[in-house]
Design a protein around this ligand. Structure first.
Ligand SMILES: [Zn+2]
Length: 234
């Protein structure tokens, strides 16, 4: 439909735009009303009246129409960026009902793969993370920071709760190695000298619990060192 100028102006007054040079990449955020909170997606909505007729539009659909004209019947306007409040026309695409369902399935499957709520992890990213975990002495939070992931998301990955199909492809040994980063909370305080001390001196005379206290690490960290799961080069 043709929207009168004042309606269009009102629409834009409720959109927070990024800097012009970021128009394409960044989301344009709807700051007006939203659908009732019990609605799953809780899209932005825009209400207005033309010739006394009350109309309610989903904000992103209206924006799509402003740029591309009327949306053909039965088609959905889908978000590339997963941000329901985004009305950036560059992030919107027209899909069929099937596309919509596929998109939802894809996103549900990868819910925990999300990076900062927008980008989505790929299989390759997950494998990179596994490899990183196997070869690092960093703590979980450091690793999470490194990959720009939330810690709880990373933990789910590490425990194989998400991306099961990839996790199951790992050998048991690899899974243990990956999981050991959970317990290496303080392992970044360890260095070769300390590890050598633990491995070749303390372990001969001290109990696990004593070493745990002495170095402020989890028992599993000591176990991993002594069994050669970590620091095997020392
Ligand atoms: Zn967006």
């Amino acid at each position: 439909m043709d929207f009168p100028e004042y309606i269009i102006e009102r629409f834009w007054s409720r959109v927070q735009l990024p800097e012009p040079e970021k128009y394409v990449d960044e989301c344009w955020i709807w700051t007006g009303s939203r659908e009732a909170s019990h609605v799953r997606k809780n899209y932005g909505i825009f209400k207005f009246s033309i010739n006394g007729i009350q109309l309610t539009y989903r904000a992103h659909r209206l924006c799509y129409e402003l740029y591309h004209g009327e949306i053909p019947d039965g088609l959905h306007v889908l978000h590339e960026c997963d941000n329901v409040l985004c009305v950036n026309v560059n992030h919107l695409w027209l899909g069929t009902n099937k596309d919509n369902v596929d998109d939802k399935v894809r996103k549900n499957r990868q819910t925990y793969g999300e990076k900062s709520g927008t980008a989505i992890l790929t299989n390759k990213d997950v494998i990179d993370i596994y490899n990183y975990c196997m070869n690092t002495n960093e703590s979980v939070s450091e690793i999470a920071k490194h990959f720009n992931l939330r810690v709880d998301h990373l933990k789910r990955l590490i425990y194989g709760k998400n991306w099961k199909h990839l996790y199951q492809n790992l050998t048991e040994e690899e899974q243990i190695k990956i999981r050991s980063v959970i317990n290496s909370k303080f392992s970044n305080c360890l260095n070769e000298e300390i590890v050598r001390q633990i491995k070749y001196v303390d372990s001969k005379t001290m109990k696990y619990s004593e070493m745990t206290k002495k170095y402020n690490v989890a028992q599993n960290t000591i176990y991993n060192i002594l069994s050669g799961r970590t620091w095997s080069h020392v």
